[in-house]
Design a protein around this ligand. Structure first.
Ligand SMILES: *Cc1c(COP(=O)(O)O)cnc(C)c1O
Length: 413
């Protein structure tokens, strides 16, 4: 809830000033620095209101109409609305909105289709695969036998011929398409064709682009994948959480894979907040937002390239881009630290060829704040100036504060 201006804020401040200060401090941090982390965004006050509502108190194991707990008649309606809105938004026959996170959604997708020891073909982690795509530190790498495909050294584009060859050689039970750092559209039709050829399921992990799909700014995996796994908190701008989309033949397996196989009680406040976010994402304003996110990412990529920074694939089709700052004489880790000191918050990422780390940036949050291409040019120039040591960190921090101050994420607070 909007801790800064509501009665609840006063309650919290009186009862626990230590925590109230942390909430306000984080709001100040988010409002005075630039959020360039590709996976982050600013949810609306309406989404925050649903999250901070008494629905958080309700236990609701099961699905609408068949719960293990009494008193679910009202939250059942919230979940039905969320499911119907997700189905309509993405043109899917079935939606499950209970996953607590993108990783939980992936766990359920695997649980619905696979048995431990099955072979899965997914993007290798150094090339942009997610932890749930076979990391040895994650359940996926422990329980399944992962084979990794990658991107071409020169172009940075997915090596589609390698995907086909590895699929023919390893005959995986499932193929996963989706990435944490791939800046281009994915050819879902190609992955479908290969999956059909080798008799594999196709799982699209659309955690990143699903918000662009909702706004019509990226192609949809829904017509091609057996299961689409997604988050609700990235470009989609909803609460932190996951969801699954599939055809009617897999509906029951997917639902059982979420509950009772991998999760217990549904988080009804979060499901209500997902419904609010799906409602927002169905509006023309959101479609315009999604288009602007991409235009901003392209402007940012062009700005960085003009400063001499190497932009992977030469640009982007989406909300994110990856870049190698080496031409400016710094590696990714140093760059991230210097930029953070200047108030520009972003991630490093693996670069597929070699040990050096690159930078991953996204424009979802800045675009929600109302920034456009002109601001992206300013960010790119400041970004390069910091890495070239042309501006003092303190001066850069002041400029970032001024830029951010013109676009408050929560103007009424
Ligand atoms: C973000 C992401 C996830 C996981 O989301 P969490 O909510 O952090 O668990 C899974 N897959 C991909 C490709 C992602 O980008």
């Amino acid at each position: 809830m909007a801790v800064t201006h509501t009665l609840e804020a006063d309650v919290l401040r009186r009862q626990d000033p230590e925590l109230a200060d942390i909430l306000l401090g984080e709001l100040a941090r988010q409002s005075t620095t630039l959020q360039l982390i590709a996976a982050e965004n600013f949810t609306s006050p309406a989404v925050l209101a649903a999250l901070g509502s008494p629905l958080v108190n309700k236990y609701a194991e099961g699905y609408p109409g068949s719960r293990y707990h009494g008193g679910c008649e009202i939250v059942d309606v919230a979940e039905r609305i969320a499911v119907e809105r997700a189905k309509a938004l993405f043109g899917a026959a079935h939606a499950n909105v209970q996953s607590h996170s993108g990783s939980s959604a992936m766990l359920a997708a695997y649980a619905a289709l696979l048995r431990p020891g099955d072979t899965v073909l997914a993007m290798g982690l150094p090339h942009g695969g997610h932890l749930t795509h076979g990391s040895p530190a994650n359940f996926s790498g422990r329980w399944f036998d992962f084979v990794g495909y990658g991107v071409e050294a020169e172009s940075g584009l997915i090596d589609y011929e390698q995907v086909r060859t590895l699929a023919r050689t390893h005959r995986p039970k499932a193929i996963v398409c989706g990435s944490i750092a791939y800046p281009r559209h994915i050819d879902y039709a190609f992955f479908r064709e290969v999956a059909d050829e080798v008799g594999a399921y196709l799982i699209a992990d659309a955690a990143h682009p699903i918000g662009l799909v909702a706004g019509g700014a990226a192609p949809s995996p829904v017509p091609y994948a057996d299961i689409v796994s997604a988050t609700t908190h990235k470009v989609l701008r909803g609460p932190r959480g996951g969801m699954l989309l599939c055809g009617s033949e897999l509906a029951e397996r997917v639902d059982r894979a979420v509950f009772p196989f991998t999760q217990g009680g549904a988080q009804m406040n979060s499901i209500a907040a997902k419904a609010v976010a799906f409602g927002e994402a169905a509006t023309p304003a959101f479609a315009a937002y999604a288009r602007q996110v991409v235009a901003n990412a392209r402007a940012l990529a062009a700005g960085l390239a003009a400063e001499g920074i190497t932009v992977t694939t030469g640009g982007t089709d989406t909300h994110l881009l990856t870049a190698d700052p080496a031409p400016l004489g710094v590696d990714g880790r140093t760059a991230r630290r210097q930029l953070a000191a200047a108030g520009m918050v972003l991630d490093t990422c693996a670069l597929p060829h070699g040990d050096a780390r690159g930078l991953r940036l996204g424009t979802a949050a800045l675009t929600t704040q109302g920034m456009g291409e002109a601001e992206m040019a300013r960010v790119a120039a400041l970004f390069a100036a910091v890495l070239r040591d042309e501006v003092e960190a303190k001066a850069a921090r002041e400029e970032v504060r001024e830029l951010a101050g013109g676009f408050p994420p929560y103007p009424r607070w």
